[in-house]
Design a protein around this ligand. Structure first.
Ligand code: F6P
Length: 320
């Protein structure tokens, strides 16, 4: 009987549990033994591997986080750590692995496959949506909606007090959370790492908007686009209007996954097990134009993420 294992690695994302559930139940449906690895590659290296059954994933579909736990594991770049991982899998007789996570997770999958011939299927799950080869990653939609809820709340209080608000959201290299939540929340300014911005210009526009009767403004800042306190200070000094700063932080990484993420998780998890069953080469799974796709790992790192400039412009025009 075929034996496969599943792990989650890197930053958690809502929908990871729904994805593990899909992998476990599809494996059982295909008469495979299924094992769960704790704490991602860090746990794999240490052989933290346990048998899972259908009931292991009961009542998990709606829960944020990951019940298998996750970890960042920079040492997995080393061949020695990969060797230990391969040995742990072999000790359990595991012939296929499904990894769920972001770019670092997929890099680890490629290394295990290239260097030790392990059959690995990679499922993209990160709130950042920063993987170019796929339109969406598991967790992004939920995180954006969580941020949107915060923007709605901020609008109420900022509007009542005629204030300017700056909300920092996650996204070190990729501004998608800021772009989508900012567009949906009617933010006047969306600051992302992909697009240069001019604080003098923003301050002067905010000042002018006050003069024509627009008394509250919302700035959504992706964390990688600059220092929130510094930006707020400069805008306040130049416009003469105080800016209230909020960092939304880890709140946006938790919470119950929404419909889009649960369905995406189900489709990805199901596909990953099918690919192992059908002896497909190791690869990353993604979605393009609502079709599930497979992409060789080497193309994952080569693909360059394109920022949606058109949506950015639309958001700007509509907010003024
Ligand atoms: O998972 C990606 C991410 O959400 C980034 O946007 C953020 O910068 C990072 O995780 C922070 O995560 P941690 O502190 O857990 O490494």
């Amino acid at each position: 009987m075929e034996r496969i294992a599943v792990l989650t690695s890197g930053g958690d994302a809502p929908g990871m549990n729904a994805c593990i559930r899909a992998v476990v139940r599809t494996a059982l449906n295909n008469k495979m033994d299924i094992y769960g690895i704790e704490r991602g590659y860090a746990g794999l290296v240490k052989g933290e591997i346990n048998r899972l059954g259908s009931r292991s994933v009961s009542d998990m579909i709606h829960k944020g986080g990951t019940f298998l736990k996750t970890a960042r594991c920079p040492e997995f770049k080393d061949l020695e750590a990969q060797r230990q991982a391969a040995e742990a899998l072999s000790a359990f007789g595991i012939d296929g692995l499904v990894v769920i996570g972001g770019d670092g997770t997929l890099r680890g999958a490629k290394d295990l496959s290239d260097n030790f011939g392990i059959k690995v299927m990679g499922i993209p799950a990160t709130i950042d949506n920063d993987l170019a080869y796929t339109d969406y990653t598991v967790g992004f939609d939920t995180a954006v909606n969580t941020v949107l809820g915060a923007i709605n709340n901020l609008r109420d209080t900022m509007h009542s007090h005629d204030r300017v608000s700056l909300l920092e959201v996650m996204g070190r290299h990729c501004g998608d959370i800021a772009l989508y939540a900012g567009t949906a929340g009617g933010a006047e300014y969306i600051l992302v790492p992909e697009i240069p911005y001019d604080l003098d210009e923003i301050a002067s526009k905010i000042k002018k908007s006050y003069l024509r009767g627009k008394t509250s403004n919302m700035i959504v800042l992706a964390e990688g686009a600059g220092d929130r306190d510094e930006i707020a200070k400069i805008i306040s000094e130049k416009s003469g209007i105080s800016v209230k700063v909020n960092n939304f932080g880890y709140i946006q990484r938790g919470g119950s996954p929404n419909m889009a993420d649960r369905v995406l998780a189900a489709r990805f998890g199901y596909k990953a097990v099918e690919l192992i069953r059908d002896k497909h080469d190791s690869c990353a799974i993604g979605i393009k134009d609502n079709k599930i796709i497979t992409v060789p790992f080497e193309e994952v790192s080569k693909a360059e993420k394109k920022f949606d400039n058109r949506l950015y412009n639309i958001a700007h025009v509509l907010s003024l």
